[in-house]
Design a protein around this ligand. Sequence first.
Ligand SMILES: NC(=O)c1ccc[n+]([C@@H]2O[C@H](COP(=O)([O-])OP(=O)(O)OC[C@H]3O[C@@H](n4cnc5c(N)ncnc54)[C@H](O)[C@@H]3O)[C@@H](O)[C@H]2O)c1
Ligand SMILES: O=C(O)C[C@H](O)C(=O)O
Ligand SMILES: [Mn+2]
Length: 546
Amino acid sequence: MKQSAQEIINNPFLNKGTAFTQAERDNLGLAGLVPSYIQTIDEQAQQAYAQYQSKTSMLEQRIFLMSIFNENRVLFYHLFGQHIAEFMPVVYDPTIADTIENYSELFVQSQNAAFLSIDEPDKVESILKNAAGDRKIRLIVVTDGEGILGIGDWGVQGVDISVGKLMVYTAAAGIDPSEVLPVSLDVGTNRQSLLDNPLYLGNRHERVRGQRYEEFVDQFVRSAEKLFPNVYLHFEDFGRSTAAKILKKYQQDNVVFNDDIQGTGIIVLASVLGALNISKQKITDQVYLCFGAGSAGAGITSRVMAEMMQAGLSEEEARSHFYMVDKQGLLFDDMTDLTPEQKPFARKRSEFANANELTNLEAVVKAIHPTILVGTSTQPGTFTEEIVKEMAAHTERPIILPLSNPTKLAEAKAADLIKWTDGRALVATGIPTDPVEYNGVTYEIGQANNALVYPGLGLGVIASTAKVLNDQTISKAAHSLGGIVDPDQHGAAILPPVSKLDAFSQTVAQAVAQDVLDQNLNREPIADAKFAVANEKWVPEYSNLD
Ligand SMILES: NC(=O)c1ccc[n+]([C@@H]2O[C@H](COP(=O)([O-])OP(=O)(O)OC[C@H]3O[C@@H](n4cnc5c(N)ncnc54)[C@H](O)[C@@H]3O)[C@@H](O)[C@H]2O)c1
Ligand SMILES: O=C(O)C[C@H](O)C(=O)O
Ligand SMILES: [Mn+2]
């Protein structure tokens, strides 16, 4: 059906603003609806970037960039592609945490998201259909907003994380932005300040739990599959009590991915492999301590443990290298409040002479002498100087990864970790960190954020038409990030830089697609993984509309 000039200009997937060609202006009824000078996309991008630079806070910068996103997706991604490392912290983490906390106050428009309400489960299918319009949806990022980053329950306001994660998919891996759908499952919120806020835009009741919740999620998954067959379902920032359960329920038969559990597992394994490449040590010699044993903590621990088993250890041997600390202290198998994901890693009190004293991180570090310390606790500043020095006293190159987001929640700052260990620590952080100068050496700090892997993983899965996403493919994704950094450069980062995100997303995607083909998990015949990935890549250039 031919669209009217108004429909085109108001459609962010079609709008070109001042870049409509003369022929398009003449043939589509657009003449005179934009000023007469015809700009190239680069002229538009330059002008937009100049305006962007005039904004003084990251929040204002983000709001400005989102106004372009709202109007013109091609221009937004063209600009994003030109400034990827600079824009990542603005459009994504950490600034996204501010827009989530203030979503209702800042609301301008829905950004093509689908808002599904637990109070109207019968409308799930029709809402998804309406949100997609005539677009073919191949990727959904869905959240119920219960565990947003480390800032907790933000109800419907969490939809920004779905929008934000999808922006990174396109900027990093070239996923076609017209083929994606952000989804909010609005099941209520337990944040009283939102329930009391007259501006709050979501359902004003407590979070629904149990069977009604599960049926609602199921209704969503079934409707999405029905409307968009083979759609890749990315689950983001669900709560600790639901995230792993949902993943387990659907991962055998559907193409589902939990970013906090699996994406974080991949990036941390890649970080550890990168660090060991620098220290020239073996993974099987490491002692791993997880601080904050929730979705991310448990997901990472099981990924690193699988790697130890791949390296030749038995399950029992591998397990003996892992320790988990949560609110209770070191997790022991006699505790009655362990989650199913924590249980396999809980220790026996009989292993320690002072088991009852191991109720805090410092005591545990003293007792077990970890070589790898990963923070997913949401507790800022908990990797203290004493703890880090104690760790560094027993290992030459301590691997320390404070991953809690956003910035205000990080367990430590990279500069402190480098200083406290006299430059010996191998560090990566959840949020972007500037290089650290210490004793004449520049230490590059990698960003151990799942954004470095989920775009390439998704592209690989979609391009290869995978039926499911299994553990083997996930392991291949983690390994594919190696070899990009020069490990012999003093102060080298343990992960590749975000400035090369688009290039290494292709590398990840190719490794993933190849593995899908090797396992015969592709739905459609594919001759060449590399070609399939390249072929799938969307480029932010205007297409001809006339
Ligand atoms: N860098 C990344 O890519 C990445 C990915 C996922 C999550 N994260 C971050 O990790 C953090 C946790 O996320 P999640 O999804 O696992 O959340 P979660 O709620 O599932 O887990 C948090 C865990 O920390 C524990 N905790 C709370 N207070 C503690 C304390 N004082 N001492 C020890 N443990 C404590 C909680 O009991 C819970 O088990 C968040 O800040 C999130 O931003 C980072
Ligand atoms: O969103 C991020 O920056 C990473 C991660 O998924 C998180 O929940 O913190
Ligand atoms: Mn997350």
